[in-house]
Design a binder for this molecule. Structure first.
Ligand SMILES: Nc1ncnc2c1ncn2[C@@H]1O[C@H](COP(=O)(O)OP(=O)(O)O)[C@@H](O)[C@H]1O
Ligand SMILES: N[C@@H](CCC(=O)OP(=O)(O)O)C(=O)O
Length: 385
């Protein structure tokens, strides 16, 4: 489904993309992994890689594939049986992706996440640096929820939401959600064949949520509502969302070349300001570090990361991943950010060159005390509030 006004897709300029594929697509409506579809996605993703773009794949299908392998015709109700099916099916998913990508010389990695990995600040930072490292290495991370260990209370619950959380985590430019429909319609097209196709909208518009109210296919979990809500969440970090049909030929390649396919839900704020707003609004200060004049300049004028060598004092009791204020020698705040070391470790490495961190602490997490991507500086004091 191509937009009539033909404005180019937001995927055209995207350097970092998250691609989410739903269960019904991956498993051919529950019949078993659709190897042909997997091969086509791998080929297109390898093509994007060759043009220098980075991509994380969020793939559903573990439960559906597990059911097919176990010969279960109906989705079980018992949590333990769903978890068993997911454990069996995840093997098949990963095997299929690894083999398909290997044909193009692209390495893959399996990442199984739980809600806690994304809600807890320390685990959030760890998941973020692992994904960023894999992307820098040219690997395609393949993400699913760790269904085998999660209980109802700690589930993300659906992979549309997980795709949006991953988009926030790595600050991707675009989240592409491939499903069994061409995109969002004004009502569920299964029940309302005359429903109108929505070519474009603003992520977070409540009118879209009303349209997507119905439940999903027999195989999928979330339906269209979770996709529309995922677009709202992706927009929190500035990511745009495209909902399109996975059955459209070469859909990824065409989107990346600017072809306006599917429903495009645009984020209003650009990535950076969205992230800064999130940090300013959501995080409580746990302590502070005092910077020497050189470090203050590095932060506020050169927009560099904060290194331990520029820190002369530490106050408060904080853990890796907590938010701390950065103050100058007169106690004036010049920024704040997510710190990579606890207060105890910071006290041991302050005034030291980063090359000595491993020797002093016995481990090296990061050369920076606060990475510049995880920091807002005084220039934006209004945001700090
Ligand atoms: N307004 C809508 N527009 C498009 N599809 C809708 C809408 N409302 C509900 N749906 C249903 O959502 C389904 C897609 O959701 P789901 O089955 O969970 O897919 P996936 O497995 O790809 O996540 C469609 O097949 C469709 O029946
Ligand atoms: N984690 C589950 C998928 C859950 C899910 O959201 O499925 P879907 O609605 O098809 O994207 C699995 O792999 O079976």
């Amino acid at each position: 489904m191509t937009r009539p006004d033909l404005s180019p897709s937001v995927a055209q300029d995207a350097q970092r993309l998250v691609l989410k594929v739903g269960s019904s697509l991956v498993t051919n409506e529950g019949k078993g992994i659709d190897l042909e579809a997997v091969a086509q996605w791998a080929e297109q993703i390898a093509g994007l890689h060759a043009s220098g773009r980075q991509l994380v794949l969020v793939s559903s299908g573990a439960i559906a594939e597990g059911m097919a392998r176990l010969g279960w015709p109906r989705r079980p109700k018992l949590m333990s049986e769903l978890q068993a099916a997911a454990a069996v099916g995840q093997m098949g998913l990963i095997q299929a992706y690894e083999a398909a990508f290997a044909r193009h010389g692209v390495r893959t990695a399996q990442i199984l996440l739980t809600h806690e990995d994304l809600a807890d600040r320390r685990r959030y930072l760890n998941a973020r640096s692992t994904l960023n490292t894999l992307l820098a290495l040219g690997v395609v991370p393949i993400v699913n929820e760790n269904d085998t260990v999660v209980t109802d209370e700690i589930r993300v619950g659906d992979n549309d939401t997980l795709g949006a959380l991953v988009t926030n985590l790595i600050e991707a430019d675009v989240l592409v959600i491939l499903t069994d429909q061409s995109g969002l319609y004004s009502a569920d097209p299964r029940k309302h064949p005359d429903a109108r196709f929505i070519h474009q909208g603003q992520a977070g518009d409540p009118a879209l949520e009303a349209m997507a109210g119905g439940s999903g296919s027999a195989i999928g979990t979330g339906g269209m509502l979770t996709k529309v809500l995922a677009a709202r969440r992706a927009a929190n970090s500035g990511g745009h969302t495209i909902i399109a049909s996975g059955r459209e030929s070469a859909v990824l390649r065409r989107l990346a070349s600017g072809e306006p396919i599917g429903t495009e839900l645009r984020a209003v704020l650009p990535v950076r300001s969205a992230r800064q707003r999130w940090m300013a609004n959501h995080l409580r200060l746990r302590g502070r570090v005092t910077l020497d004049a050189g470090a203050v300049r590095a932060l506020t004028q050169s927009h560099r990361s904060l290194l331990p060598i520029g820190v002369i004092a530490v106050e408060g009791d904080f853990e890796r991943g907590d938010v701390v204020a950065c103050v100058d020698e007169h106690g004036v705040e010049c920024g704040r950010g997510l710190i990579n070391y606890s207060s105890a470790d910071t006290a041991r490495i302050l005034r030291q060159p980063s090359a000595r961190i491993a020797e002093i602490l016995g481990h090296l997490a990061d050369p920076e005390l606060i990475h510049r991507d995880n920091m807002i500086v005084a220039r934006m004091r209004r945001d700090i509030g």
